[in-house]
Each structure stands twice: as structure tokens, then as C-alpha cells.
Design a protein around this ligand. Structure first.
Ligand code: NAP
Length: 326
């Protein structure tokens, strides 16, 4: 793309934040291009029933909800590229966004690349990924029908994965490094009430053992005694939290120690004028689909307001609700 054909807006990332930003931006005639990533849809693609997104009283499957989000943005004219951004240059406007050798320019960019599942960091874990080691129960649980699996973690993700896995596996053992749980009481109670779930606390997985390229056991180390035990299992589900997908931006955008992007309080503005951040990429506190969608809408409104001010007219999307309210 020549720089003279710069778009108004490029949105990097296709999750609740990116798609909501696309919906608002498309309705504001910003003709957004969404570079949604190869694994578009974000973490909702690896979530089972979403019961806490308003508007779905019966709950909804995460992937189905993301299809709805995407379709709604598409309906108003958002363009999509299902690929990963490989480089960005925010040093001057229009900003430069690259996908391999292809270059795109935009006057404003919304970063909505979300966060990704954390790994234990074991070499044996890496070797056995997709061969019994998984980060997504919804994706892989069906492979473990009538088998035994281990879930690592003590947060809501671990509880959700463990409960979901009991629909398939005979036995699910949750291994957690403390005896207190970070999970919300309702999720923890649900998991505790499930007769197929067993618990090992104050313990970590030290090694994943495999035979013939498949997981056969995990080596568990008791943190109080140091004792190591091999627990036979067919699968290991790692559910220990997430890291922000910000590698591409760290040298250009302000971020905290964990790599989450920093935005101005009450807005989605980053330290670079014209670059906005929305969703989990800038939120390590709430991390909900509904909050990601909310900040996605904010980012589109912030971008529209900036572009409109630079062109000398009022932002239409911001003006519309006031007109309707009259
Ligand atoms: P989280 O709350 O950060 O919990 C991560 C868990 O993994 C913690 O128990 C942590 O132990 C453990 N852990 C971290 N690193 C570890 C390591 N290297 N080895 C062993 N254990 C390790 O993450 P999350 O469960 O993914 O939840 C993130 C957010 O999403 C939360 O706000 C949660 O409420 C929300 N969420 C909600 C739902 C739902 O409502 N349906 C579902 C999933 C997630 P420590 O406790 O000792 O630190």
C-alpha cells in the first residue's frame, strides 16, 4: 500500500476488543482494517460456555460469540485480514503496520492483541504439546474421553477447565502450588462439588513424562516435603494465567513490568498520539470479554474524536448518542 493511500484506522487483533472497536469505527465511517491474527477470536475461542456476557441469558459458546462479534463489524463494512502483524513503526504518522513483506499505513491504530496462555516452561512440556499437553480444554477435552487428566493452576481458568474436562475424562486431578485458591468462590465450590475432581495442593509439576510421543505421567513435587511422585495421566492441561501479546510494541509503547500497555486513565490513549490500546493487552485487572468490548468501543471513539478534530469536524459516533437522546 502506498503511504498516500493510508487508511483512517487499522485495528490489530481480533478478540472482543478488536471486533467491538471495528464495529464502532465502521459505523463512524472510518473504514477500519482489522488485522485479526491467524488465531483470530482471541481467548474466547478457547472458552466453553460464556455465562457472564450480558445479552445471552442462556449463555453462549465463546467461538459462537466471537463469530457474532465479527459478523456485526463486517455488516457495517469493516475489512479483515486473517494474518499476524510482524512489525509496526509508530515513529511518525501515518503509522506503518507490516505483515511479512506487505505494508499498510493508517492515521490511527488500535492495539487489541490480547493476552496468551502462560506455560510452565518445561522442556518436556514443550516437547509434548499437542501430544497430551494442552492449554485449552475446550479444544482438546474430547481426546480424553474415559481417561485421566491433570490440570495445573488455582484460578478461575483452572476450575473452568477442570469442570469442563469432567464431561469427558473419568478423573481430573487439579495440582495447585498453594492450599489457598485464587479462583472465585462460586467456581471453586462448583469444582469441589464435582466427584470426578481430585486435588493435590502445595505441589508443582516438575516434569512431563512421555512414551512414544504421548504423555504418560507427570512428576509432582510436594513443596512442603520436596518429595517427588510420578502421577500416571493421559493429559496435562496448563491453566496458570496469561501474558499480554505486546512483544511487537514494547520498544515503542509505554508498558508495565509485566508487559501490559499503559493508557491514560479514563481513555485508551497510549504515549503515542494516534495509537490506542484496548482489551486485555492493557488490562491485567478485569480481563473480561465485556470489559474488553467496552474498551474496544472507547478506543474507536477516541480514534474517531482525534481524527475528526484533526480534520476540523465533530466526531459523528460521539455526536449520535446525544442526538438520539434528545
Ligand atoms: P489467575 O487468576 O492469574 O490464576 C493463575 C493460577 O495459576 C494461580 O492459581 C497461580 O497460582 C497459578 N500459577 C501461575 N503460575 C504458575 C506456575 N508457573 N506454576 C504453577 N502454578 C502457577 O489466571 P486465570 O485463572 O487464567 O484467571 C485470569 C482472570 O480471568 C481472572 O480474573 C479470572 O477471574 C478470569 N476468568 C474468569 C472465568 C469465568 O468467570 N468463567 C474463567 C476464566 C478466567 P497462585 O495463586 O499461587 O499465584
Amino acid at each position: 500500500m502506498p503511504v498516500s493511500d493510508a487508511r483512517d484506522l487499522i485495528i490489530v487483533g481480533g478478540g472482543p476488543a478488536g471486533y467491538t472497536a471495528a464495529l464502532y469505527a465502521a459505523r463512524a465511517n472510518l473504514n477500519p482494517l482489522v488485522i485479526e491474527g491467524v488465531t483470530f477470536g482471541g481467548q474466547l475461542m478457547i472458552t466453553s460456555d460464556v455465562e457472564n456476557y450480558p445479552g445471552y441469558p442462556e449463555g453462549v459458546l465463546g467461538p459462537a460469540m466471537m463469530q457474532d462479534f465479527r459478523r456485526q463489524a463486517e455488516r457495517f463494512g469493516a475489512d479483515f485480514i486473517t494474518d499476524d502483524v510482524t512489525a509496526v513503526d509508530f515513529s511518525e504518522r501515518p503509522f506503518r503496520v507490516e505483515i511479512g513483506g506487505d505494508v499498510y499505513y493508517a492515521r490511527a491504530v488500535i492495539v487489541a492483541t490480547g493476552a496468551s496462555a502462560r506455560q510452565l516452561g518445561l522442556e518436556s512440556e514443550r516437547m509434548l504439546q499437542g501430544r497430551g499437553v494442552s492449554y485449552c480444554a475446550v479444544c482438546d477435552a474430547a481426546f480424553f474421553r474415559s481417561k485421566n487428566v491433570v490440570v495445573v493452576g488455582g484460578g478461575d481458568s483452572a476450575m473452568e477447565e477442570a469442570i469442563f474436562l469432567t464431561k469427558f475424562a473419568d478423573k481430573v486431578t487439579v495440582v495447585h502450588r498453594r492450599d489457598e485458591f485464587r479462583a472465585s468462590p462460586i467456581m471453586l465450590d462448583r469444582a469441589r462439588a464435582n466427584p470426578r475432581i481430585e486435588w493435590i495442593t502445595n505441589a508443582v509439576v516438575d516434569e512431563v513424562l512421555g512414551d512414544d510421543g504421548k504423555v504418560t505421567a507427570v512428576r509432582i513435587r510436594n513443596l512442603n516435603t520436596g518429595e517427588k511422585t510420578d502421577l500416571p495421566t493421559d493429559g496435562l492441561f496448563v491453566a496458570i494465567g496469561h501474558d499480554p501479546n505486546t512483544k511487537l510494541f514494547l520498544d515503542q509503547l509505554d508498558h508495565d513490568e509485566a508487559g501490559y500497555l499503559e493508557v491514560q486513565p479514563g481513555s485508551t490513549e497510549t504515549n503515542i498520539k494516534g495509537v490506542f490500546a484496548a482489551g486485555d493487552v492493557a488490562d491485567h485487572t478485569y480481563r473480561q470479554a465485556v470489559t474488553a468490548a467496552g474498551t474496544g468501543a472507547m478506543a474507536a471513539l477516541d480514534a474517531e474524536r482525534l481524527l475528526a478534530a484533526e480534520e476540523g469536524h465533530e466526531a459523528t459516533a460521539l455526536a449520535a448518542p446525544r442526538a438520539e437522546a434528545v
